[in-house]
Ligand binder design. Structure first.
Ligand code: GLU
Length: 473
């Protein structure tokens, strides 16, 4: 492994981290190269008329792997995306899917645009045109390549993409499966929007269910009362922080946003901040915390858990020495660079890595895709049946004991799971299982002492297995 102290590109940073796992596994160098290589990347430039003038937009879609199909991964709309970034993110998708046993390859797309500068109608025409380019070039279909939301995109864009595909392939009975993260009324699944943030919390909860791991990280067991700093209150950061605040009794002591930072040692009410942002488009002026403009300094605040949930390369060789936390939970993709990762590991900071931590999004995307292919909502067949069984069980209990159970017991017993319950249960199970897989690698391999290497060992083992089973042709 060679690193001449130059600043690495995002792809290089990911590959160097993957190399650590490759070295541990001592896998064949040919297979290692095949594993890391990005299979295909297209770049498209297309014109769209905006306010009577032609503007040319540029976008990319990278397929990192297709050992499993479809290849899966979001599309981001951002003013700074480029080919290297899209390829790095596509690689992360490959590992992510393998870690959480989602049977997909890895892909990612990006469109160079600042969505805030365009109207809804403009965005619709731009998105539809981008989708057409992807379809025509074979980079969008339910069978081979399925996008999803990412930075700067959401349900709205996914609905436009699905509709564009449908018009180009009206004969395809599975058109809805061409993209995930759609609105529920248009083939989406309940629980997809919150999935990545909720998955982050399921990971943290599982970590705290393992007191030895918590103590190893230098923390006291018990998630309640932990002091947390969150960077980014977008879709992922918001849902993660809100759950930790409302359900786990954590103290969100600082929230870092594009325009500054909010600090309150007593804990910040996340939902109130979100309402404030919705109303004022800024965190400035939020009455229940102290505001200051230097958001970057917020990463260095002393805390128990730091959750970077904004974007890549936030913790780098420059600030890694000043990070003052025990545990970093990477809700964003690539927030810690390779250089920073090295420094932090040497300093004994525990990092739960992106490819595992934020895989809740693609996990629920998988559920959505399965739902689209089966053309039926999860729980539709069994829900009332389960309720009926519960009611009969309750009757039997009453007859046998002569007592009436308390109301909450009755409610729990006579309940059939709906789609949201099933999605959350599947997500929780997935994140817990994967955590245990990482743990097993760390417990059984002296060379693996950090969760990132463990996660890549888990992923690479599975991917290499499929290369060996299928062969290369
Ligand atoms: N963009 C999300 C990610 O980075 C979701 C990908 C998906 O659902 O396909 O994981």
């Amino acid at each position: 492994m060679e690193n001449n102290n130059k600043t690495l590109s995002f792809s290089e940073s990911v590959n160097y981290m993957v190399d650590r796992a490759i070295n541990v596994l001592e896998i064949d160098t040919g297979i290692a190269s095949a594993l890391k290589a990005c299979n295909a990347t297209i770049k498209v430039s297309f014109p769209v008329e905006i306010n009577g003038k032609i503007e040319v937009f540029t976008g990319w879609r990278a397929v990192h792997s297709d050992h499993r199909l479809p290849s899966k991964g979001g599309i981001r709309f951002a003013p700074y995306v480029d080919e290297d970034e899209v390829e790095a993110l596509a690689a992360l998708m490959t590992y992510k899917c393998a870690i959480v046993d989602v049977p997909f390859g890895g892909s990612k797309g990006g469109l160079l645009i600042d969505p805030r500068k365009y109207t809804r109608d403009d965005m619709q025409r731009i998105t539809r045109r981008f989708a057409r380019e992807l379809v025509r070039k074979g980079f969008l279909s339910p069978a081979t390549n399925v996008p999803a939301p990412d930075m700067g995109t959401g349900e709205r864009e996914m609905a436009w993409i699905a509709d564009t595909y449908k018009h180009l392939h009206p004969e395809d009975i599975n058109t809805l499966g061409c993209v995930t993260g759609k609105p529920v009324a248009h083939g989406g699944i309940r629980g997809r929007t919150e999935a990545t943030g909720r998955g982050v919390v399921y990971v943290i909860r599982e970590f705290f269910r393992n007191p030895d791991d918590v103590i190893n990280a230098g923390l006291k067991p018990g998630l309640g009362g932990k002091r947390i700093v969150v960077q980014g209150l977008g879709n992922v950061g918001y849902h993660a922080a809100k759950l930790l605040d409302e359900e786990d009794d954590c103290l969100i002591i600082a929230i870092l946003e594009r325009d500054g930072i909010l600090v309150n040692e007593e804990g910040i009410n996340v939902e109130n901040v979100r309402q404030h942002i919705n109303e004022h488009k800024t965190i400035k002026g939020f009455p229940e915390a102290t505001f200051s403009e230097n958001a970057a300094a917020g990463l260095e605040i002393e805390c128990d858990i730091l959750i970077p949930a904004a974007m890549e390369a936030q913790i780098t060789g420059k600030n890694a020495d000043n990070i003052n936390t025990k545990l970093i939970v990477e809700a964003a993709n690539g927030p810690v660079t390779f250089e920073a990762d090295d420094i932090l590991r040497n300093r004994g900071v525990t990092i739960l890595p992106d490819a595992f931590v934020n895989a809740g999004g693609v996990t629920v995307s998988y559920f959505e895709w399965v739902r689209n292919l089966s053309h039926i909502r999860f729980g539709r067949m069994e829900r009332r049946h389960d309720e009926l069984r519960g009611a009969r069980l309750l009757q039997a209990l009453e007859t046998m004991t002569g007592k009436t159970p308390e109301n909450w017991m009755q409610d729990e017993l006579v309940y059939g799971a709906d789609e949201l319950d099933l999605v959350r249960s599947g997500l929780d199970d997935t994140m817990r299982n994967s955590y245990q897989q990482l743990k097993e690698v760390m417990d059984n391999n002296d060379k693996v002492t950090d969760y990132r290497t463990a996660s890549y060992v888990v992923a690479i083992n599975k991917i290499v297995r499929s290369y060996i089973d299928i062969g290369v042709y």
